[in-house]
Design a protein around this ligand. Structure first.
Ligand code: HEM
Ligand SMILES: Cc1cc2nc3c(=O)[nH]c(=O)nc-3n(C[C@H](O)[C@H](O)[C@H](O)COP(=O)(O)O)c2cc1C
Length: 453
């Protein structure tokens, strides 16, 4: 067995001379590189390094034998020379190897459990964290548990049409992908994975201003006729924002979604603690934001309508900004009522996000007056654990659950889902939340430092 030191491998890191490590074996990819169907760049980023993780989230192991001649394998990396950081990689590699198969995944919490093992501690903390004691974050989910259904029977539910329109654009069911920054922390292809899955399911993706992928990468990934919206943080220097908007328009994004709830970044303790042990690059960019406040009250909803917005997203930013800001689902009835009283209902579309984990959550939001709902973390977890196939499965699970709830509630189309299909009288009574073991089993508790003493 030929052993090659990590130091030696690191020297072969160029286009002409490219070695990488996959599953402890060293490969000379110099000849294969120009032919790699996924492009030269992704492999060059790994040149001279252990590429197992990047490789295994995209390819199966047998791909190597199918595409590379046997003499491309030069030997094994000498384990004695592997740096400490690779032990982290080793843990992640094991987690990928031992992850359940996709058809064993039954609900969105399964993705969260798998991702918590696969992601680096830093990325997990960034994706999972929320503000303060994470009360708003948890209540985003719990609030849905305070709404019950009022199913109607003796109706013909043979044909269910889940399709709807979001700002006039078709969506196969009332869900869109919310903007979440820094997708490449979780998957080498980043947001492009979400773009492709959104297309497979006929839903709209909201592209984050702070995407890891360039606008070009995401535009190229877009299929003919696919609709994307662009999320924008307004920069203090308005000229910069104007240029970004112009570029987004040129690239064919159909709507601009202005995030107005981040005048400064919330106090995200899980993430902050991780920064002491080394933050993933780029997160600090989030500080460079604008001065407005978020839409969580009827007053601001009316203001947004008066400013001429076509729609609003009720959101507490996934509980990542102001702890004890109410959940979007809880404020939804008040906002609808406020718009109605001002004669603005019907002039502006209302969307919500935060804590959507089940098809029944979507149903409850529609019944209370939302046009559609957005989803953030669960898709990041699905993407990080299983790539595009994972995101597609997550969306399919939600679609199937939603269809079942529609059918068993006696509704055939979205217009049938109205306030009297649900019982929301306990929505604002926070002491009446039932215990949800699935959600609490994957919740990553904030732990005081005492645990280290
Ligand atoms: C042993 C070396 C490798 C072989 C034989 C290989 C082979 C292939 C093949 C055949 C494809 C076409 C798509 C498919 O059939 O899935 C592909 C795509 C791709 N590969 Fe590799 N690859 C290798 C290494 C890597 C590495 C190290 C990365 C690092 C991230 C990578 C990233 C990608 C990406 C991003 C795509 C495009 C996938 C997509 O667009 O969906 N590959 N590769
Ligand atoms: C990791 C992460 C990054 C996010 N980045 C952004 C962002 O860049 N811009 C934005 O407007 N919202 C951002 N959000 C908020 C989401 O758009 C959305 O409001 C939230 O994720 C919904 O809650 P959920 O994760 O429970 O589905 C982010 C959320 C997460 C979890």
């Amino acid at each position: 067995m030929i052993l090659i030191s990590a130091e030696e491998i690191a020297k072969h890191n160029t286009y002409q001379d490219c070695w990488i490590i996959i599953y402890d074996k060293v490969y000379n990819l110099s000849k294969f590189l120009p032919e790699h169907p996924g492009g030269v760049g992704v492999i060059l980023e790994q040149a001279g390094k252990d590429a197992t993780l990047a490789f295994s989230t995209i390819h199966s192991q047998e791909m190597i034998h199918r595409y590379l001649p046997s003499d491309a394998c030069l030997g094994f990396v000498d384990p004695a020379t592997v740096a400490e950081t690779s032990k982290v990689e080793e843990r992640r590699r094991e987690a990928i190897k031992n992850r359940p198969s996709l058809n064993e995944i039954l609900h969105l919490y399964d993705f969260e459990a798998v991702a918590s093992r696969i992601l680096t501690t830093e990325t997990w903390s960034f994706y999972n964290c929320a503000a303060g004691d994470e009360i708003s974050y948890r209540d985003n989910h719990y609030a849905f548990l305070r709404i019950w259904l009022r199913p109607r029977i003796m109706r013909d539910v043979t044909h269910i049409d889940m399709s709807t329109k979001i700002l006039g654009y078709y969506s196969s069911f009332p869900l869109y992908i919310s903007a979440t920054a820094l997708g490449k922390l979780g998957h080498p292809l980043g947001e492009v994975v979400l773009t492709r899955a959104a297309h497979s399911h006929g839903i709209i993706q909201m592209i984050p201003n702070f995407a890891s992928c360039s606008l070009d990468e995401m535009t190229i990934a877009r299929k003919e006729g696919q609709i994307q919206f662009f999320q924008l943080y307004i920069n203090k220097n308005r000229d910069i924002s104007r240029k970004v908007i112009q570029k987004a328009q040129e690239k064919g994004y159909k709507a601009l979604v202005v995030t107005v709830d981040v005048p400064s970044v919330g106090n995200r303790e899980k993430d902050v603690r991780m920064k002491y042990t080394g933050a993933p690059p780029g997160i600090q960019n989030e500080k460079d934001l604008n001065r407005d406040q978020g839409v969580l009250t009827p007053e601001d909803a009316i203001l947004a309508a008066e400013y001429g917005c076509d729609g609003i997203v009720l959101s507490n930013h996934g509980g990542r900004q102001l702890d004890f800001a109410p959940s979007a689902i809880e404020v939804l009835p008040n906002v609808i009522e406020g718009l109605k009283k001002s004669g603005l209902l019907g002039k502006i579309e209302v969307y919500i996000d935060g804590g959507i984990r089940r098809g029944s959550d979507i149903f409850k939001a529609i019944a209370l007056g939302a046009k559609a709902v957005g989803i953030g973390r669960p898709l990041l977890y699905a993407m990080s654990s299983y790539g595009q196939a994972g995101v597609e499965r997550a969306l399919q699970i939600l679609k199937d659950e939603f269809e079942t709830v529609m059918r068993l509630s006696g509704t055939n189309m979205i217009a049938d889902i109205c306030p009297n299909m649900i019982d929301s009288k306990s929505l604002s009574n926070h002491s009446l939340t039932p215990k949800d073991y699935l959600s609490s089993n994957v919740y990553d508790r904030l732990v005081p430092l005492r645990s280290k003493l």
